[in-house]
Design a protein around this ligand. Sequence first.
Ligand code: ARG
Length: 461
Amino acid sequence: MTDSKKLWGGRFTGQIDPGFARYNRSFGFDRRLFEADVRGSLAHGEGLRAAGVLNDAEAAEIRRGLHELLARAEREGEAFFDDEAAEDVHSFIEARLTELVGDAGRRLHTGRSRNDQVATALRLWLRDEIDRSAEALRGVQAALLDLAESHADAVLPGYTHLQRAQPVLFAHWCLAYFEMFARDRERFGDARRRLNVMPLGSAALAGTSYAIDRELVAKELGFDSVSRNSLDAVSDRDFCVEFAAAAALVMAHLSRLAEDLIIYATTEFGFVELSDAVATGSSLMPQKKNPDALELVRGKTGRVYGHTFALLTIIKGLPLTYNKDMQEDKEAVFDTADTVRESLEVTATVLRNVRLREARARDAASVGYMNATELADYLVRRGQPFREAHEAAGRMVLHALSKGLELHELELEELQEFSPLVAQDVYEALSLEQTLATKSQSGGTSPGRVREALAAARGSL
Ligand code: ARG
């Protein structure tokens, strides 16, 4: 363990209180920014060299030292970060660098503050994480598409109020979630675009007095542009909130998908069977198979919502510019990124292994008067105003209910008592196939439309 000298020692004569030192420390978690911060330092060193602040030899020493640190972290793993004295990842890197390259290491912080440094590192780190999450989103979308395509003819009862409503194709249900995740991917893309602006060069708050070519540094780091206002740049954490909010919506969608599948996997519904790979048993009840993976996805949604709100609350009421409150952004962002990615990956695994019980789902979609709307539409096609047709069909449902029969099990004469417009072809209209086929406008669940939608979805991936 090596001692990291404080970065701000000169003005101080007294010792820091150990309890406060612990409280103040962020190295326990911001070490995750290590690589991103080193990348930022490499680019900053190059900027200083190009500006003539560092000579070629110093710049080369810094480069060598920083690369050595990356290699050591890779080689030594956790042990490399075992430094009780380091306040944060930035002081840790500077201390290690100075041990390695001496004086040159002490020149790297020229024209830079931890304020623009941390904002830069966090943006770099989060940019990679957004890309990983977007990829995980694609994974779930691909799993949904594969599932839909392998059950192209399967039917499911559609619900409103969790009451049987109208039958839909199973693929249509899959594609509903596909759409949600497509919007989520767009949102990640939007957040990434606004995040990809470089704060470095803003220094503490006022900008830097060294002639650093910020555009050059930005290019080196893959930023699209440089921040336009130094005060804003060091105090802006909008990008964290945007990411968390986008992640919160991903979790909302995952949670709804989880809830649908949890319900469908019950004995009562029985439309799907979850794989043993993503379920657990009970220590007491031998028959149990619990959908833990999906329950955890649903449960972890709460923490991502919480992080989103925490981030909003942290920045609320902060005077310009940097305030130490902002150190609290890290754990919220880290945990959000971990949670959303892992939840996406687990969900993809669930989807890749779920078994659809096609016959049972089809049977369920064929009973419970899910063709009553069809009956009303049939009467409308025969000239009746929809309101009256709805009323007549409702009375036929009541009659069927009293006899314990489905609509299509009633005799033609019985149906005609409620409406003289009913003819023999009503039975075809009431069939499951017709019920589906008539939903043929764009966005509907007719087999033709769903086939088109599947092809379009495939293309968009
Ligand atoms: N650990 C700090 C953070 O996460 C780094 C920036 C510190 N800057 C400062 N002026 N104290 O926000």
